[in-house]
Structure formats: C-alpha cells, structure tokens
Write a protein that binds this ligand. Structure first.
Ligand code: MN
Length: 739
C-alpha cells in the first residue's frame, strides 16, 4: 500500500504554538530593564522580516522555530542577550544578514554567539557512515559550543525544538538526527544538569530509534498509571497529613519516570517492567536541608523503607550538581514507591542544572566572563571539557568521543579528602587515581594510602563515601608502570605514562652506560688493565673516531648492543700498544691428567680452560698458546681469541673424561615477577644442577637480567638445563656469557 501522500503534518509537531507575548510574559518576571526588553523585541521584529516567506519542512512559517527556541530559553530564565541570540540564531545562515549587521544592532556578544552557532550549523551532518567521520564532526560541534555556555544553551534549545518537530523529515534524517542527538546533545544536557531537556531529548530520540519499544512502554505506563494512580494519591495525602502535623512547609507532587529511563532499565539493565520501583515517584519540596532529613525520618517512621534504596545526594551531590534525598518505601497497598525530598533551590538545579546558576540576575549587569568563570568553577567538568576540546588533533576523534563518554557516564564514585572535600572519580578508581586528582605531584610521589584509616594496597577500588588519605615521599622513585594496569581516570593514566616514558628514556641510557662500562672493565681486567687506564684508552679521540662515537658514554651504550664488543676495542688498541695477553693466572686450571682436553704433538704442557668463555665438554674449542703459561682452551667462537690465528692450535676433548662438572656463566633475561628467582633456584635444584653464583639486576621496563654460574658436566647437559629454564614463566632468553 502506498502511504506517502497520506502523511499529515501537525504544525509545531503537535505541541502548542507560542507567541512573542508568551515569551514576554516569562522574561518580564525576571528582566525589567527597558533597554534589554527593547533589544529582545527588536530581535523578534528583525527575524519576522528577514525570514519572511521562508517555510519549514512541515510547511509552517520558519519563524515558528525561532519563537519556540526563544521560548525554551526564557523558560530556562536566560538573559536578554541569550534570548535575542536565540531569535537570531539562524538569520546569518539562512538570509543575507551578516555578523557585522548583528554586531551593529546587538553588540559584540550577541554577534559572537550567533557567529558560533552559524559555524556549528555549517557542519552538516556527515553523510559518510564511518564512525571516525561522525566522531570528528561531533568533536567540532563540541568545540564550537565550548566557547560560551550560552552557545550551548541555545544549541540545545534549537535541537530540542527540531526534535519535537522531527516528523516533517525523511525517515533517514529522523534516524540520523536522533542518533546524533543521543551521541552529542544528550550527554551535554545531562552533564550540565539540564534534566528537563535531557529527558525530553531522550524520549524523542527513542521514539525514532526504537519505535516499537517506545510504544510498548507508553502502553505499559498508561496501564500502570491507571492501577497505581489511586494508591499513589492516597499515599500522597497520608504523607501530607504527617508533614502538616509536624509544621514542616512542603509541596508534594508526583512524577512519572521518563520513557527512556524505563527503556534503559528494561532493555539495557534487563529488569522486567514490574520490578522497576520508581516508575511513579513522589517529590516533596521543602525549604531547608534540615527539613529534608526531618521529612525523611517521618516517612521512614510510617512506611517501611526498602533496603539499599536510600541515596543521600545532598551530602554527596552528583557530578552535575544534582542534590536530593531518595528513598523507596512500601506503601499501604504493598507496592513500592520512590520518594524524592529536596529544597526549592535543589529542585531548580535538578530541573535546569547549570541554567539555574546561569539564570539571569537583574542588577548584577551581565558579565559573561565572570559568569562563565563561575559556572566553570562549579562544574569542573566544563573546564575539563574546554581543555580537552582544545588539545587539537592529537589522538583520533574516536578516542576523544570515547574519553568523553567514559568520563561523563562512569564518573560516579565520590570519596572524601581528609578535610571532607568531595572528590568525584570514575567508577573503579583507586587511591592512585585519587592522588593524581589532587595533584600530579601527589600522584608522582604517592607511596601508600589510608582508606577510612586503614593502610590499603594502591590498587584498592574506592567506594563512594571512602575517606582517602595519600602518603607521599619526595624521594620516591616515581610512579610505577604497573599502576597503569589498575588506574581508571584519564588524568592519572596520562600522567603516569608521561612520567614513565620520560624516566625510561633517561634510565635506559644510564643503565646501558653502566652495563657497557662493566663489560669493558671485565674485558680489560682480564688483560690486566684496570679502570683508570681503560678510561684513558677509551677517551682517546682515535678510539672514539674509529668506532664512530662522540663520547665514551656513547661508546658504552654501543658496547651494550655488542657494537662493538669489548674485544674488538682491545683489538684496535693492540695496534698501538702490545697487549697483555691472558696470563692463565685467572683460569681455573685443570691441567695434567685431570684436564679433559688434549693437544696433539705436544708433550707435557699445561692445558687450562678459559674463564672468559667457560668451555664445556662437547663445545667446539681451540687452544691459545700463551707466553710461558701453556695452552688456554677457549670456545671456537670466543671473541677474545677469534683473530689470534698465529697463536691458535687444535685441541680435542678427551674421549674418556671422568665425570666432572665445570663452571659455566649464563645470562637469563626475564620479565620480573614475584618469586622469579626462587623459581629459578628451585628448578635448578630439582634438576640437580649446582648453582655457584647468582646475581639479579633490574634493568627497567619490568625486565630483569640474571647472571648465574652453574656447574655442568658438558654442553649437552647445559642444553637440557637451558630447556628446563626456558619453561619458567617470565624467562624469555638464556645465553652463555663471554667475558
Ligand atoms: Mn535553528
């Protein structure tokens, strides 16, 4: 069936149309300046003329939209400039009027606001369906709005009216706009505490995004209202009686949970409709905070409270400044009823959030900078939002949206400083998040934490109401990379990453210098050269030049990566000065009959195994003929002898070696963990390998180098031992060391 032509559009989406007089009635209650009023009227007359003849998609005159936007702004008690800008918000985009014209008639501020709105308007909804693209658009919308809270208020009013009249658009546009509203405008409205606008936007979006479920909930609600309506009325009356008897001023009303909130409970949290307790709620408005608690006490005396449902948002306000007491009680009919208790001031903030603070105050003048500052102080999120928006293009737009969504919706743990200040942290935050929230320096020097007076591990998850005290130590080595595994707040994460990256850079170089220097010291030492002499050699420009280094430290760093190996430095130095050859004094002598190695064609000559490369039976070996100290046996590839062709002789392992063990130096590289060394030692014990020394050294990045000397019978056995060691968790590399 073809239905297209049957589509009938309701003017203003079926909502009652407002007139300029309706708007005037509202703002006259809080604006009295004749000049201000004249400027608003001038804006209205101006847009009537400029948009004359323009029509909306629904067929109604364009100015209807502008009047409705201005009406919403007046309802929020916005100031004269905001209302004027509300009327004017489309005039630059849709007519020949320029920003200059606006500036001449309404001044700098109104022009700035209209200019920002025009620029946002020009970011047409992206046609490309990639998430990245949308996110980037959304980021630009945020950026455009973050300049001034009034721009946000007008943009929200504009979007609200467009959503109310969405029926006039094509189904594709309906879906696209609803999705964008859900992604961008709802989070902003929520965060600014504009609950009335947020709820209405959510319901309107749901109507287009989930039409079947939306209608289902509408039906369930009207049924529920019928069955529970009367008992709610009687509960209301009974509570009113109680409060009246106690001379407490109050105003009591009932409210129905929004369609979208019910949708969330049913389809996102998975509660059946009948188990949602707060569909119908009573709201009691009184005068003072004390009276709120008094009313709570009186209600709990008469009606049994449902455990776990009491929430004190007066002592711990929500991030968007929402304050109220919530409790759920069992009514006379056995049904559950939520009761919300708050003061008039709290109610105003609950309904219109930041706008309640922003509301135009006569007489103060209208210092936008001062007001903006005030709002930002009250709503530190807004400040974060602005600074996040201005970080520009580093990081993808997607990440930006994710961060924003994450920070907005999960920010709901409230903990106390020792001085009683409430700190808001993301769900799952730890004392480390808390420390970084206080100050980067506190985080960087954090060594411990007391939660409710008890010392706790730094990865303890904080709960709302916890009192947190951070222990710092200025001499602390700084944050640990391991903290990244448990911190939740973006601020802590980035601060730790920054610190660790910086430290690693510095530490790795220092470590490398020390390591390279030690390798050189060992190699030179074997040749009878000690530190001072070695440093003299190495700081010779010819040496540095030959190996291509600027400084000795650079050379040491090179040595760590075996470019060059110490022996080739010694090699190079030999050219200039005869080198002291290994004396044999430092090798473990197993000469004579005990020596497992023999050399053909020599008589009784001392043969010893080299200590630098610790050869084992089964290794490929060569003999190095020393001056007067016999033959020292090296492994064939030992860098200390590899170029000594004239002095090398063939040597062989004896076939009938008596069982013996020989020292062999190995290096185990591993990811550090608890009990790693214990595990290595017990594994070796189980494999019946004697360990004659072990030295573990942290090398940064959570890595550890373990040098060990094992007593092993032969190369094959060593290979088996290596395989056993490699099976230990964390161990990733094992090598034999050549000194
Ligand atoms: Mn508009």
């Amino acid at each position: 069936m073809y239905m297209e032509k049957a589509k009938v559009l309701k003017p203003n989406g079926g909502y009652p149309l407002h007139t300029f007089e309706d708007i005037e009635d509202i703002y006259s209650t809080y604006i009295s300046s004749k000049d201000d009023k004249a400027k608003i009227k001038e804006a209205y007359d101006f847009i009537l003329e400029k948009h004359k003849g323009q029509l909306r998609r629904s067929g109604e005159p364009y100015y209807h939209h502008l009047v409705e936007v201005a009406y919403i702004l007046a309802e929020l008690h916005c100031g004269p400039k905001t209302i004027a800008a509300g009327f004017l918000h489309d005039v630059v985009e849709d007519t020949d009027v320029t920003i200059e014209d606006i500036k001449k008639r309404w001044g700098e501020e109104v022009a700035m606001i209209v200019d920002s709105l025009t620029k946002i308007q020009r970011l047409k909804l992206s046609k490309i369906d990639s998430e990245e693209f949308e996110a980037e658009d959304h980021r630009k919308i945020f950026l455009g709005m973050a300049k001034d809270i009034r721009v946000i208020l007008i943009k929200l009013a504009d979007r609200l009216h467009n959503m109310r009249t969405l029926e006039a658009l094509s189904p594709e546009r309906q879906l696209a706009l609803s999705k964008e509203t859900m992604d961008v405008f709802v989070p902003i409205a929520h965060r600014l505490g504009l609950d009335v606008i947020k709820s209405e936007l959510e319901d309107l979006c749901l109507k287009y995004l989930q039409p079947v479920r939306y209608q289902e909930i509408v039906k369930l609600l009207s049924k529920k209202a019928k069955t529970m309506g009367r008992s709610l009325e009687s509960l209301k009356k009974k509570i009113a009686d109680i409060l009246f008897q106690h001379n407490i001023p109050f105003d009591i009303s009932s409210r129905v949970k929004s369609i979208y909130s019910i949708y969330r409970k049913m389809y996102i949290k998975g509660h059946p409709f009948d188990e949602i307790y707060d569909i119908l709620a009573l709201r009691i408005i009184t005068q003072t905070e004390i009276q709120c608690y008094e009313i709570l006490g009186l209600i709990h005396q008469s009606y049994k409270p449902v455990p776990g449902r009491f929430k004190d948002y007066i002592a711990m306000p929500k991030a968007n400044m929402y304050q109220s007491l919530h409790t759920t009680v069992v009514g006379g009919d056995g049904n559950f009823y939520e009761v919300q208790i708050r003061t008039e001031e709290m109610d105003k903030i609950a309904e219109t959030g930041v706008a309640a603070h922003w509301a135009y105050k006569e007489g103060n003048g209208y210092n936008s900078q001062k007001e903006q500052q005030e709002i930002e102080n009250k709503l530190h999120w807004f400040r974060d939002f602005v600074s996040m928006s201005s970080t520009g293009n580093d990081g993808s737009a997607r990440e930006y949206m994710d961060n924003l969504t994450h920070d907005i919706f999960d920010a709901n743990v409230y903990v106390f400083t020792p001085k009683g200040k409430v700190i808001e942290l993301p769900q799952g935050s730890t004392p480390v998040d808390f420390a970084y929230h206080i100050h980067t320096r506190v985080g960087d020097t954090c060594v411990g934490a007391l939660v409710n007076g008890m010392m706790v591990p730094l990865n303890t998850v904080l709960k709302t109401g916890d009192l947190v005290e951070i222990k710092t130590n200025k001499n602390n080595a700084g944050p640990s990379e391991g903290w990244l595994e448990f911190v939740k707040s973006a601020a802590a994460r980035s601060a730790i990453k920054k610190y660790v990256a910086k430290k690693n850079e510095a530490m790795i170089r220092d470590e490398k210098i020390a390591k390279g220097k030690q390798s050189c010291l060992d190699a030179f030492h074997d040749r009878g050269i000690e530190e001072e002499e070695m440093m003299n050699y190495l700081s010779d420009n010819k040496v540095l030049e030959h190996f291509g280094f600027e400084t000795v430290d650079d050379l040491f760093v090179g040595v760590t990566g075996r470019k060059p190996v110490p022996s080739s430095i010694i090699e190079f130095l030999r050219i200039k000065k005869p080198v002291v050859v290994p004396t044999g004094g430092k090798v473990k002598t197993k000469s004579g009959d005990n020596c497992p190695v023999y050399c053909k064609g020599v008589g009784k000559i001392a043969i010893a195994l080299a200590s630098c490369c610790t050869p084992l039976p089964g290794d490929d070996i060569v003999g190095y003929v020393t001056k007067g100290k016999g033959i020292v046996v090296h492994r064939k590839n030992c860098p200390n002898v590899i170029n000594e062709h004239q002095r090398l002789v063939d040597v062989y392992w004896k076939d009938d070696i008596e069982f013996a063990t020989y020292p062999v130096d190995i290096m185990i590289e591993a990811n550090d963990r608890n009990n790693l060394v214990v595990d290595i030692m017990s594994t070796l014990t189980a494999a019946k390998v004697t360990l004659s020394s072990l030295h573990a050294r942290l090398v940064g990045n959570g890595l550890v180098d373990i040098s060990a000397t094992l007593m092993v019978s032969d190369a094959k056995r060593l290979n088996d031992v290596f395989n056993i060691l490699r099976s230990i968790s964390g161990v990733y590399e094992i090598t034999r060391i050549v000194h």
